[in-house]
Design a protein around this ligand. Structure first.
Ligand SMILES: Cc1cc2nc3c(=O)[nH]c(=O)nc-3n(C[C@H](O)[C@H](O)[C@H](O)COP(=O)(O)OP(=O)(O)OC[C@H]3O[C@@H](n4cnc5c(N)ncnc54)[C@H](O)[C@@H]3O)c2cc1C
Ligand code: FES
Length: 255
């Protein structure tokens, strides 16, 4: 394991995987044994594949689990279960995809951005945060060489980019000619609900990666369920990626 600080509160970790570790797909996550003192593993989205046999995690320091991971010496062996969960649905060739990330939600879309760029898909990215310090757009794959500007940022306090929430940028993007055919989002529940509502109004399919509290990580404990139109579903095993038209958005925000 190696790590690099990418913001005042986030680290980018790179792990060398065991040979039998399957190649992760965008949307999937790992459940990490962050410390011998903490029984519960912590889930993190796979945030990139920097080289065959390696994977990245982009982790925001929240509490004792994430701090314990950051305090591990470089080169430590770490117990990782995965890749777990389902995957994003990839777009049709030629379609423009819009990636909408809030704060650490950027981690959940970083591998998708990498996969789409490698597959030759056209993408636009909207990244929001409360302040400029929370923006993580600089860890996304480079936009150099894009024919049109493909990245916009928003901050709630106006310290960088658009002054307001990332959903303000989304409304504008979906109203433009050559509007994206598909939206992917990851971020706080209120942001996901707002993005889902705007995409539904524009008639654009939207998928969200949910970061629900988890325990077992494999569908056994029902500790991570979300309300959907076809009943409660486990984020760890039915998700973490959901078509937002399936989610009961009022319950998502209330949880
Ligand atoms: C599928 C999935 C993917 C995720 N991907 C990432 C990622 O790529 N990068 C990242 O930084 N974080 C991600 N998270 C959230 C991450 O799991 C939590 O931040 C982490 O477990 C907090 O652990 P802690 O011990 O440091 O914090 P704690 O001391 O346990 O808690 C600190 C705060 O984090 C909240 N929290 C604790 N566990 C979770 C959880 N499982 N989900 C959401 N909030 C939680 C608590 O409510 C509390 O407010 C993901 C969560 C899921 C379910
Ligand atoms: S965490 Fe146990 S069922 Fe999802």
């Amino acid at each position: 394991m190696t790590k690099a600080s990418v913001s005042p509160t986030c680290y980018l970790f790179t792990f060398e995987a065991d040979p039998e570790f399957p190649t992760p797909r965008s949307g999937q996550f790992v459940n990490v044994a962050v410390s011998d003192d903490l029984t519960l593993r912590r889930p993190f989205s796979i945030a990139g594949i920097p080289a065959p046999g390696r994977f990245d995690l982009l982790v925001e320091m929240r509490g004792k689990g994430t701090r314990a991971l950051a305090e591990k010496p470089i080169g430590s062996a770490v117990g990782v279960m995965g890749p777990l969960g389902n995957e994003f649905t990839l777009p049709e060739p030629g379609d423009v995809s819009l990636l909408v990330a809030g704060g650490i939600g950027t981690a959940g879309l970083r591998l998708l951005a990498q996969e789409l760029r490698l597959g030759g898909h056209r993408i636009r990215t909207l990244v929001g945060a409360r302040t400029s310090e929370g923006l993580l757009h600089h860890v996304l794959p480079s936009q150099a060489g894009d024919e049109e500007p493909s990245l916009e940022v928003a901050t709630d306090d106006g310290s960088e980019g658009f002054h307001g929430t990332v959903t303000g940028l989304l409304k504008r993007a979906l109203g433009e000619p050559d509007a994206p055919a598909r939206v992917y989002c990851c971020g706080p529940p209120a942001m996901i609900a707002a993005v889902a509502g705007i995409a539904a109004k524009a008639g654009v399919p939207c998928e969200a990666l949910l970061e629900e509290m988890m325990a077992c990580g494999v569908g056994a404990c029902r500790g991570c369920v979300v309300a959907t139109r076809s009943g409660y579903k486990a984020v760890c095993s039915d998700g973490p990626v959901f078509d937002t038209s399936e989610l009961v958005l009022e319950e998502l925000v209330r949880a």
